[in-house]
Design a protein around this ligand. Sequence first.
Ligand code: SDX
Length: 427
Amino acid sequence: MVKFAKLSYDGKSVEFPLVEGTEDELAIDIKSLRAATNLITLDPGFKNTGSCQSAITFLDGEKGVLRYRGYDIEDLAKNADFLEVAFLLIFGELPTSEQLDKFLVDIKEESYIDEDLKKILESFPSAAHPMGVLSSLTSALTAFNPKTFDVESEDEMYRAIVRIMGKLPVLVAWVFRKKSGLPLKYGDYALGYVENIARMMFRKPNKEYVANPIIDQALNKLLILHAEHEQNCSTSTVRIVGSSHAGLFASVAAGISALWGPLHGGANQAVVEMLEDIRKDGGDIDKYMIKAKDKSDPFRLMGFGHRVYKNFDPRARIIKKAANEVLENLGIVDPVLEIAKKLEQAALNDPYFADRKLYPNVDFYSGIIYRAMGISTETFTVMFALGRLPGWIAQWREMRLNKEPIGRPRQIYVGQNQRPFVPLNKR
Ligand code: SDX
């Protein structure tokens, strides 16, 4: 039975149907609001506004629950391979071994980059931020794959999907290698998806590459944990760019740019820079806790807080455990890990953070693992983008298959009222 919400305004009352999700979430369907009342809603940052109905990810921010297509993130991080999670997110079900094999082969067939695109990469200054380079190259992929632009059929979408699943890891590896001063190399067709990413990134030009299972397993887990997160800033960007039918590559390129910001995916870089600053400043945790709470100080505790999670980010718990294991297995002692743990403890016991329900998020410990892998701080967010790719693809595909309208929000105008033009000689 459909439930309704009643809005009373100016002596009138109008009812709007409620939409109920499969996890008992409720929303007011206001599609008819402006026509019925000439009113619109106003919600900066969309903190109370749903943009779509989606079957991909369920988040419960109060309970710290995250599920991809109904599977708990803890189960997937422990048991799954990143490519099967990508298949699950994009197509809705865990793949059979035949489906997974075909998906991997179709992706491998696309795992190369047009040589002219390599020239674009080589033209960037070495100091260029890897996220800006990656976004530019991803957008440039459309120029070399014009058929992936305004795709309509599921088959055309599938072709675009395997193309970007094949090409983005090469771009990520090359952006990382260019930043590291290494020659741009391909991987090994015989390897699995994640193993090949590690090989493309870490192989040295002067010796045979020997895979490190610790690195491969940590990378697999990190990519799964970053793969999807419902309507976050970058995913919403992918959806709204895709809603104009600008194509998958252009939509993902826009998502990469949105993810770059330090309030979003760029936080993993900002966290390690913050921890390094604290270490260089003598490790005075209390001093930085005071700064984080001081409204006159722009300093924020990066890697803390979340728009949706008002409890622990379940991914942060898993990554914190993995950080300990990876550093121990690699025999690395990283002083910033200890500073991170002390900062976490101080914040969890501080009323300012407890009252605002500010807990460590996915970005708080991830950079410590990337660092242990030998990934440069500026390239951390590129790894986040690589993980988030299947989520962006899944959301883009769902939006296109649902034939959702072009995204075009309204506004309340607060500028000048009508006024006559003033000629230059009279101003
Ligand atoms: C990601 O949305 C997603 O799902 C994102 C993500 C994903 O997987 O896609 O999970 C990935 O982006 C994680 C978030 C990474 N960002 C950071 O770690 C940057 C630091 N965190 C914040 O800037 C902040 O917490 C946000 C941006 C994450 C959330 O901001 P909101 O929801 O807009 O909350 P807010 O800024 O209104 O803060 C509420 C209060 C404010 O204080 P009061 O005005 O109530 O006194 O909490 C304070 C804020 O000042 N606050 C912080 C803080 N975060 C919030 N104070 C100090 N340090 C912080 N980190």
